[in-house]
Design a protein around this ligand. Structure first.
Ligand SMILES: CC(C)(COP(=O)(O)OP(=O)(O)OC[C@H]1O[C@@H](n2cnc3c(N)ncnc32)[C@H](O)[C@@H]1OP(=O)(O)O)[C@@H](O)C(=O)NCCC(=O)NCCS
Length: 155
């Protein structure tokens, strides 16, 4: 776990409203069904934990949003910019969110992931997440809806 956490550049900065347009450029590149800028604004207004990882030149490498509900945190979004993927940044962003939510009192981290998203599942399983259930028809898909796999890890 620690090797990847320390390996490469990038520092963590809370997401602010001013950075949402920059984030939206990535969000639209990354997801076939992206969040809207309004979704991120609502997340900030609601006091969710929203973080970015920035490069030394201030480019956005990764971002994540989580919501705390008593002692469980719900990871709502985690993404790495396309040209920064598979270099350990997803792991670092995930670990940052887990540590941050733990500081806020969370003892577990919950998320949904598409069954078709094998890359993200591989990251989550490697981090220690286990499947705890399925939410039927949770995601929009090109044909109808796609189920969500619900995963959780103790933090
Ligand atoms: C999923 C995502 C966050 C992973 O971030 P990343 O920076 O590419 O992943 P990392 O380099 O930190 O990977 C860490 C480990 O996770 C696993 N992993 C990550 N992506 C993988 C992939 N595409 N295929 C297989 N394993 C993968 C590997 O075990 C990897 O370690 P390794 O590279 O030494 O083999 C990133 O690919 C992404 O933003 N995808 C699009 C958005 C998304 O799907 N978000 C999750 C929504 S639930």
């Amino acid at each position: 776990m620690s090797a990847q956490v320390q390996a490469s550049p990038g520092h963590f900065v809370p997401l602010t409203r001013e950075r949402i347009p920059e984030l939206m450029v990535l969000e639209r590149q990354i997801y076939p069904f992206p969040w809207t800028a309004g979704n991120f604004e609502d997340a900030l207004r609601s006091g969710y934990s929203a973080w970015t990882m920035l490069s030394d030149t201030d480019a956005m490498i990764a971002y994540a949003v989580a919501m705390l509900a008593v002692d469980e945190a719900h990871l709502l979004n985690l993404a790495v910019a396309p040209n920064w993927q598979r270099q350990g940044y997803g792991w670092r962003m995930l670990h940052w969110m887990a540590c941050t939510m733990r500081e806020y009192g969370a003892r577990s981290l919950l998320l949904e992931v598409r069954p078709s998203n094998l890359g993200a599942q591989a990251l989550y399983r490697r981090y220690g997440f286990e499947k705890i259930g399925t939410r039927r028809g949770y995601y929009p898909a090109h044909r109808g809806r796609e189920d969500a796999m619900v995963m959780r890890v103790t933090i």
